[in-house]
Design a protein. Sequence first.
Length: 576
Amino acid sequence: MKQSQIFIPTLRDVPSDAEAASHQLMLRAGYIRQVSAGVYTYLPLAWRVINKINEIVREELNKTGGTEMMLPTLIPADLWRESGRYETYGPEMMKLKDRHNRDFLLGPTHEETFTKLIRDDIASYKKLPLHLYQIQTKYRDEKRPRFGLLRGREFIMKDSYTFHDSYESLDHAYSEIWEAYENIFDRIGLDYRSIIADAGAMGGSESMEFIALADIGEDTIAYSTEAGYAANIEMASSKFNESKNTDVQLEKELVETPNASTIEELAELLAVDKKEILKSVLYVVDGEKPVLAIVRGDHEVNEIKVRLASEGELIEKATDQEIEDLFGGIPAGYVGPMGLPEDVLILADEYVENMVNSVSGANEIDKHYINVNSGRDFEADQYLDIRMVQEGDLPPNGNGELKFATGIEIGHIFKLGTRFSETMDATVLDQNGRPIPVVMGSYGIGISRLLSAIVEQNYDEKGLVWPSSVAPFDIHLVPVNYNNEAQKELADELYERFTKKGFEVLIDDRKERPGVKFTDAELIGVPVQITIGKKAEDGIVEVNIRETNEMIESKKEEVLDMISILKKTHEEEKEQ
Ligand code: 9G3
């Protein structure tokens, strides 16, 4: 491809409003341009990388029996009313009306659309299992789109759905696709972890996230220093690590605590450690169920765990109005478990159960109780792990200790079970001719987000450094002066030879100063750059391996062999 023909608008200066390295570099290297917040143009080089990624995804999914197809992005709201999800996602869902004023949405994901497809056209278990997938543009009106392609409002996702007549069949597909994901991310060359994740509002039983490690990542994972445990911070648990507290229980006492509505102020005023204070937080689950969560003063409540224990789909901190209506109007900062309305579900963390003579809110302004003891002064409906893990905690298996890392969620797979087939009545007749709800799985990869993840793990101060498996080109020929006879001749010869060998070659045939050509080549990040300069008469070129920045002068015959070796290793990677 001639660089004078392909549109690569590189920038000299760093765009000020781009914080993430991948965002800055993809703008500077002429890969993307923003059209509106979280909505991007994929310029030719980015589009080539996306197609390379898609090819790897297709190869690996087709190996597991997946079939590619394409569903509509424009979806009738009625379909999402059937699953009950049309209202669930609120402002995040892009909604619109057609000319007949009928409600439509731009698809953020496609469980409903695929379930309808199966409901309409699959009637017997004999036609199952099925693995269908699409690589499609999705829409989610994120509140805070940021970091370029990392969190967009329009993005490309590969979403797969599997359909089964049994959970065993789902388990088999789930592990096969899990393995396909690992092959995909390994071939791309990403440093990633697969971790236990929260299935969120997807219901279902189990879900795994794939996290590419990156400082800019919005996901925090907890992993054990001894292999064998990694989970999304919201799902991570730790092994209870305390001996029984045998302190003598003292008489509960009401004390004046004016203006001490935070744990810190209370610890200061009563001269106690935060560990001796009960932290009580009020929630409302699914908009109606009042829940009080209690953790030790130096711990944080894990809302996902509270939601799961309350068996709800949506959890929110109680608003002032709800505190008024559902909790009897307790003043914030003085909340405690004593004297609450009967129907409040009280969940206490396991460390709370082992506390003796602790401080607790008295549900009255400027008042707290001291020497409060669970079991005597209040009873929790459940004592269970509802705290956020902390670095240094013991992993659940007790080996090593937990460490945190940030990363970018690049994939997420779910065992949905019958959550959608039941609400949408998608059944098949089983071998006894009885209708059973289809068992489903759903599996996503963030294709456009992968660009950012790959760049976050592969760049240097000069620009992008693409792994050869997904690079927009294999070789970047840079004749210093394309008007010079010898340089042009050698460059064209190499172009022909490499192209014939099946390499994808970009040749900088522009009439630009050398400095511009070199800076652009370093920004664009093609794995192998070959500079053809003064020594062209002697058939000598400079080979630059972008990843290591090593420079090798070599005769044109050698460089052909060297590149063939590169291509072979590249082919071998694909075979694996
Ligand atoms: C929505 C909106 C945003 C959403 C969803 C629905 C996330 C939604 C979860 C999933 C689950 C899986 C198939 C591929 C893998 C992920 N954000 N999710 O369902 F209406 Cl606005 O998308 N879907």
